[in-house]
Design a protein around this ligand. Structure first.
Ligand SMILES: [Zn+2]
Length: 169
């Protein structure tokens, strides 16, 4: 899959920076410098607790979460994040159950900040189905640096799918 698939919707200058980072072979170095260690949230139970804590803190009034699991997923960017945009877009037409969160298994060995961004994204969909302004406001409420982290998450996914695991030698 080309870079476009991962980073379309971002401003031209950001896409250019991303493209340079990849071309110069510095993507792994960039991510490792920012995120030297992976998280320790490796079981579904730990993942549930992690998500539920955020939910209790920020989304008290939404229904309880039934299940949070790691799951093998194809095309993580398309399925999990959709097209990053500040205007209203729907989420590929697929409506997920509001009470379950599936996190792509690739995120089992990820920096905690990037796991968090995906959990925050999924939690925000409890209240807002679409990727509209209200949705991103909610994401930023839960994680003030959401936008930077979502970009880093896309870089992480790109790396996993093209150059292998971030933390393997
Ligand atoms: Zn989404």
């Amino acid at each position: 899959m080309s870079e476009k698939h991962y980073f379309s919707g971002y401003p031209e200058n950001i896409q250019q920076q991303v493209s340079n980072l990849i071309k110069q072979g510095r993507l792994k170095e960039y991510l490792l410098k920012k995120y030297p260690t992976p998280h320790q949230i490796s079981s579904d139970k730990a993942l549930f607790n992690f998500a539920n804590q955020l939910k209790q803190q920020y989304l008290k009034k939404t229904p309880a979460i039934n299940k949070v699991i790691y799951k093998k997923q194809k095309d993580l960017v398309q399925n999990a994040l959709g097209t990053h945009t500040f205007t209203s877009k729907n989420h590929g037409g697929k409506l997920k159950s509001a009470h379950e969160i599936a996190i792509a298994a690739q995120l089992k060995t990820a920096p905690e900040a990037l796991l968090k961004v995906l959990v925050v994204h999924e939690l925000a969909h409890f209240k807002e189905k679409d990727h509209n302004r209200a949705f991103y406001n909610l994401c930023e409420h839960m994680e003030p640096t959401y936008h930077q982290l979502e970009l880093d998450l896309r870089l992480f996914i790109y790396l996993c799918e093209h150059e292998g695991d971030l933390y393997s030698q």
